[in-house]
Design a protein around this ligand. Structure first.
Ligand SMILES: Nc1ncnc2c1ncn2[C@@H]1O[C@H](COP(=O)(O)OP(=O)(O)OP(=O)(O)O)[C@@H](O)[C@H]1O
Length: 220
């Protein structure tokens, strides 16, 4: 069953000559691990943001099951983002003044939820971050910071994990660790993962690859 369906999805940024995304149609199955590839400026981040309810399209729709997410009002859309979507960025986007634990639990707190100590301990274990709970992000390596960002994206157990070049700033070993965590989310937690990458070795680890060129989407 499709969890996310994009229909004729178009994004035209003001002042730009051509749409960044042009009439994109895409169906993402529950439990899929999808990679999006394409050259710089081809529209990958635009598509990912539209799938995650981060931006609004110029035209077209994105459905989570039967709900058109862009028919939701801002409050409902914020709840969709917080509960259904985990976002991971190339440069981690951690809050520098919050500890590792505080960064990871933030989405749960925003949702008024208390994370049981046991669940948190298990997550720190999975992320390989035991002993770093009270550290600030600046005291961590890039790979560790990205693992914090993954923890933050997974804490609310979102159905969909969207990752924008999550390994783009990391060496091969750290990149592989990040991929293993995303596979864990996909296989063990049943989360649907959509990942943008420039790296063919990373893309090959997905169950499906789509390509974007100049805002146009192609399978394979
Ligand atoms: N906020 C914005 N305002 C205006 N133009 C934008 C905006 N965001 C993106 N664009 C333009 O839209 C096009 C697609 O950008 P997008 O970031 O989606 O590409 P990308 O494939 O993710 O690129 P990269 O691999 O370099 O991150 C580009 O031409 C870009 O300059």
């Amino acid at each position: 069953m499709a969890i996310l369906t994009a229909k004729n999805l178009t994004k035209q940024y003001p002042g730009e000559e051509r749409p960044a995304l042009n009439q994109a149609n895409l169906s993402i199955e529950e439990g899929e691990f999808l990679a999006i590839v394409g050259s710089s400026g081809s529209g990958k981040s635009t598509l990912l943001h539209l799938l995650g309810g981060v931006d609004r399209p110029t035209s077209g729709s994105v459905q989570l099951y039967d709900t058109d997410i862009y028919d939701l009002n801002e409050t409902q859309l914020a709840i969709f983002r917080r509960r259904q979507v985990g976002l991971i960025y190339q440069f981690y986007n951690l809050l520098p003044n919050l500890t590792v634990r505080e960064n990871i639990t933030l989405p749960a707190e925003l949702d008024g939820k208390n994370v049981p100590d046991e669940q948190l301990a298990e997550l720190f274990n999975t992320l390989g971050l035991r002993g770093k709970e009270d550290a600030l992000p600046a005291a961590l390596s890039g790979g560790q910071q990205q693992r914090v960002a993954i923890g933050r994206a997974l804490i609310n157990k979102p159905a969909i994990v969207l990752a924008d070049e999550p390994t783009g700033n990391l060496d091969q070993r750290n990149s592989q660790e990040i991929m293993e965590l995303l596979h864990y989310a996909n296989v063990k937690e049943g989360q649907t993962v959509v990942l943008i990458t420039h790296d063919p070795l990373i893309a090959q680890q997905a169950s499906r690859i789509i390509t974007i060129e100049d805002g146009l989407l192609n399978e394979g």
